[in-house]
Design a protein around this ligand. Structure first.
Ligand SMILES: Cc1cc2nc3c(=O)[nH]c(=O)nc-3n(C[C@H](O)[C@H](O)[C@H](O)COP(=O)(O)O)c2cc1C
Length: 186
């Protein structure tokens, strides 16, 4: 059986740069035999974690919104890809809202998310990883993966602004495709 890869897209621009690179990851993973699903977070109703801590009881998150459909997909995934633009020197709000809601797994010690593989796609307008704040998103991602005992398969990131910029960077497109191939391989 092929691997199950879940891609979370955090940009409001459905055809934007991080999305295009995420699609390259998806294509590579499919080539390797994986089953891939991409989720456009901006289209979903995902409310902020309200820290009610009712998830401590072990029956999940009580907020009835689109995260309820996403939780089983997260649990079933062998690999999860976060694809986000850098907004104000870190992940986009859409991505952060989703990731905050993973707090619902606290009663099990985050067992549902542990030992998975992760990968990151990050795009930013500034010239490099540091001035853009991309480094902050990477630091968050690495810390999160360490916490979840998750293996990082790879990261693809680069400078781009307008829709269409990603396609003008064939090396980065290829890097994203190869990351997908690696992710999809058993
Ligand atoms: C609200 C907003 C905040 C942004 N903040 C940053 C930032 O802090 N650093 C940066 O380098 N680029 C920033 N950008 C530029 C985007 O990261 C860049 O255009 C990126 O390629 C967009 O990815 P997308 O096409 O996937 O939406 C910002 C753009 C927007 C709309």
């Amino acid at each position: 059986m092929g691997k199950n890869v879940l891609i979370l897209k955090g940009s409001p621009r459905e055809w934007g740069n991080s999305s295009v690179l995420a699609d390259q990851v998806a294509a590579g993973a499919k080539f390797s035999g994986a089953k891939v699903e991409s989720i456009y977070l901006h289209s979903l109703d995902i409310r902020a974690c309200d820290a009610c801590d009712l998830c401590e009881r072990g029956s999940g998150c009580v907020i009835k919104d689109d995260m309820q459909d996403l939780y089983p997909k997260l649990e079933a995934a062998d690999a999860i890809v976060l694809a986000s633009p850098v907004y104000w020197f870190t992940f986009s709000a859409q991505m952060k809202l989703c990731v905050d809601r993973w707090y619902a797994y606290q009663s099990s010690g985050w067992k549902e998310l542990q030992d998975k593989q992760f990968a990151l796609v990050l795009t930013y307008g500034d010239t490099d990883l540091y001035t853009s704040g991309g480094i902050n998103a990477i630091s968050t991602f690495e810390t999160m993966c360490r916490f979840l005992n998750a293996e990082i398969i790879g990261m693809v990131y680069g400078t781009m602004s307008d829709v269409g910029d990603a396609e003008r960077q064939p090396e980065l497109m290829e890097q994203a495709y190869q990351l997908g191939r690696e992710l999809g391989a058993s």
